[in-house]
Design a protein around this ligand. Structure first.
Ligand SMILES: *Cc1c(COP(=O)(O)O)cnc(C)c1O
Length: 231
């Protein structure tokens, strides 16, 4: 058995256990395999092990990989920071974009989404409490941005995404994920019905599932440590 196959099996087991502990259906949790920095052959191996959805953070690397793997029915998610000069490539090559935090970017993605493709699935990135990075909207801005994004014709607003600061403590890990879940519930009360919470990575996906994650973004636990040499 290859390492990728056994890693994927272990993660599916952990997802199932975490869903069960949270009294959730394990089918409501989708595994996004984060393949950034890994070559196309590695993605091919994960595909052979049954994985279909892959996450990428660097546009040029991703487009090269997507082209090299065009023979496979894969679903590509862009999860990195979005520069406005890269929106055309993102709109043309991906099914999902998780890190939208500005209306300007959303407008460009909608305008540049090719007419023959279905609407691009969007998650708004929220800067939840304790987050180290500067990307993501403040929680108070989420409703206003969501109201704008739902009107863009070639986008489909699906939910919220966050990258909390890492913690080794399970209860600490839960707090920002609970905050994101509560934000999704608040939007629901305002009539904005979304179905996606993109939260949880290799070190904290169990806590994220406990708080309602529907997409966990897992890289290292599937593919091993990344080598950023040359990135
Ligand atoms: C790289 C990355 C991941 C995967 O992180 P791991 O710790 O390797 O599981 C998940 N989400 C985002 C946004 C990332 O950039």
């Amino acid at each position: 058995m290859t390492a990728i196959l056994s890693n994927l099996q272990a993660i599916h087991q952990a997802i199932e256990q975490a869903a069960k502990a949270a009294q959730r259906e394990s089918a409501s949790v989708h595994l996004l395999a984060v393949s950034k920095t890994f070559p196309a052959e590695v993605v091919r191996e994960a595909y052979a092990a049954g994985q279909r959805a892959f996450g990428e953070s660097y546009v040029q690397e991703a487009v090269d990989k997507i082209n090299a793997l065009h023979d496979l029915p894969l679903e590509w998610h862009f999860i990195g920071p979005i520069q406005s000069n890269k929106t055309r490539d993102i709109a043309a090559n991906f099914s999902w974009v998780h890190g939208v935090d500005r209306l300007k970017i959303a407008q460009r993605l909608s305008e540049q989404r090719p007419a023959d493709l279905p609407p691009l699935n969007i998650c708004l990135q929220v800067n939840v409490s304790g987050e180290a990075s500067k990307s993501g909207i403040a929680p108070a801005e989420a409703e206003a941005l969501a109201r704008e994004v739902v009107q863009l014709p070639k986008l489909k607003l699906r939910g919220l995404m966050a990258i909390p600061a890492p913690s080794d403590d399970f209860e600490q890990q839960r707090l920002p994920f609970a905050q994101l879940r509560e934000m999704l519930q608040a939007l629901d009360h305002e009539g904005i019905k979304l179905d996606t919470l993109s939260m949880g990575m290799s070190h904290d996906f169990v806590a994220a599932i406990k708080e309602g994650a529907t997409i966990v973004r897992v890289g290292t636990a599937i593919f091993g440590d990344r080598d950023y040499e040359g990135k």
